[in-house]
Design a binder for this molecule. Structure first.
Ligand SMILES: [Zn+2]
Length: 69
């Protein structure tokens, strides 16, 4: 794997838990969805899901560029 920015192979891989923070657009999207019957079927399972997810991210040790896999 190479850094997409500088092409270096000197990278570190980090795995961490990320909380799913609901942004303004996400909340608005859910509200619009909730007004439709189909939306309710989508929104309810989403709300019941776990609020955290595992994120794997790479950090380039050469230029400091970070990106998610
Ligand atoms: Zn780099």
């Amino acid at each position: 794997m190479r850094c997409p920015k500088c092409g270096s192979e000197n990278i570190a891989i980090n795995t961490y838990q990320e909380s799913r923070g609901a942004g303004c657009f996400t909340v608005l999207f859910y509200i619009i969805l909730a007004f439709t019957i189909l939306g309710l079927l989508i929104v309810i399972p989403l709300m019941l899901r776990k609020k955290t997810r595992t994120v794997t991210a790479c950090v380039c040790k050469t230029c400091g560029h970070k990106w998610k896999i």
